[in-house]
Design a binder for this molecule. Sequence first.
Ligand SMILES: Cc1cc2nc3c(=O)[nH]c(=O)nc-3n(C[C@H](O)[C@H](O)[C@H](O)COP(=O)(O)OP(=O)(O)OC[C@H]3O[C@@H](n4cnc5c(N)ncnc54)[C@H](O)[C@@H]3O)c2cc1C
Length: 481
Amino acid sequence: MKRVNRRKFLGMAALSTGAVMIPSSCITTDGTKEGETSLHGFSEPSKNIKIKGNYDVIVCGGGPAGIAAAISAARGGAKTLLVELGGCLGGVWTSSLLTFIFDFDKPGITEEIKERLVQLNAKRNTTKNNFVYSPEPMKLLLEEMCAEAGVEFLLHTRVTAAYLDKNRLSTMITESKSGREAWNAKIFIDTTGDGDLGALAGNGWDIGHGGDTCPCQPMTLNALAVVKDVGALEKYLSFYNTEEASMKEHVKASKAFKKEIKRAGIKPSYGDPTLFPVKDNLVMLMVNHEYNIKAIDAAEVTKATVEARSEIHHISRELNKLGGPWENFQLVASADQIGIRDGRRLHGRFTVTKEDLVKGARYEDAVTRPKFGVDIHAPDQETNDKQTILRGGIVMKPYDIPLRALIAKDVDGLMMAGRCISGDFIAHASYRVTGNAVAMGEAAGAVAAIASQSNRLPQEVAWEEAEEWLETSRKSISKNS
Ligand SMILES: Cc1cc2nc3c(=O)[nH]c(=O)nc-3n(C[C@H](O)[C@H](O)[C@H](O)COP(=O)(O)OP(=O)(O)OC[C@H]3O[C@@H](n4cnc5c(N)ncnc54)[C@H](O)[C@@H]3O)c2cc1C
């Protein structure tokens, strides 16, 4: 476990004057003058940062978990800010061009998103739980839903520091084209996927199989392509011609597609390359795996992205040369953000483990019940080619995620939702899919709204209180829609 360097926030008096006073002296503890480089590194000068806003709830990270947390908190009456580093909301759904959703059978915001995707003609080939969606309409939908709920949101803004008042997270710092800005909130929710805010605040965390070292699950860069005649590619497309998205058909299509890539002279780095029919002649291409990359190492993620993009272009060019149904196969866009399966998991007041999956655990403070199985993408290309998905040596039963796994252990006033909640490697390989991320976000947002408005900490709010409010709110939303 790595604890990131933390500076306790001492300048509470400064809040009333509208500035964060980071205690400063011209000579640092190792004797280096501020603004100078020594053997110990560059000593960054301290400065006052204006407080840009005071909120009831701040949500960091606008992926599936983050948008749900922010919408839920704002609907609960909390003054809510959502901060996202990318140029759109949606995280893996949009910036990473995912196009497929698992475990989406929950009430509340998942239902609303499903209904509105249908209205936008952006959802196809569905079971109750799983379906294909179009990523571009999803961007617009999430912006509209946040605005309608009264969420204030910022794009192109990264959370870069966090400060505590005693043990309570009170201020975070962001960086953007506006420079460094400080923000106060009563409750913060970390939905950055990689647990950035929690780590900055000094909460404990694990990555991969534990501690701070990978092996981690491989990353994948997705891409969109247009084809001349989607019908001519039918046998290579997952969930093309069926009312129901069947996994059996997906496996068959993926095998046939892999044969074609091999016929084009390439062995793809992902053992189950996939083509999803998004809409009309638009398809999504998931053909690549980047192995053993650490999500919190920018140089490694950059290298993975460059290699992945090169592989996707290579495969597309060579498929095109096969002619026939592949003639005029054209890449439209590779994703802005490589898809990250495995980042930091923040330590919480409860840790969801493999044993919970084996016994199908039930908890009184259950916020959601994942059904998606353990999905560990093999850690190297050789294994991946033979057996792409590993199941962690267990047969899982649907299990509960308790609210306690969404409340940070070491830092007060901090919650988390989505990929970065408190769980072990195996459990994370199941609950990480987006239906669960949305349900966790919605629950965290409700608890944060109640806590912030009643001056309590999240652990002092009984789940029943939030559940009751969620039920009432859902009824009123469905009545008015
Ligand atoms: C290749 C791939 C395929 C997958 N396949 C499926 C599938 O078929 N179906 C399915 O349901 N799930 C699938 N998943 C899993 C799922 O997409 C993720 O686990 C899910 O997106 C988790 O949601 P999240 O909101 O926790 O995180 P993310 O979607 O990762 O969102 C995190 C957000 O936080 C932002 N952020 C990060 N750091 C900061 C910061 N410091 N400051 C501000 N913002 C920040 C990011 O830009 C991002 O928008 C897949 C994942 C990958 C990578």
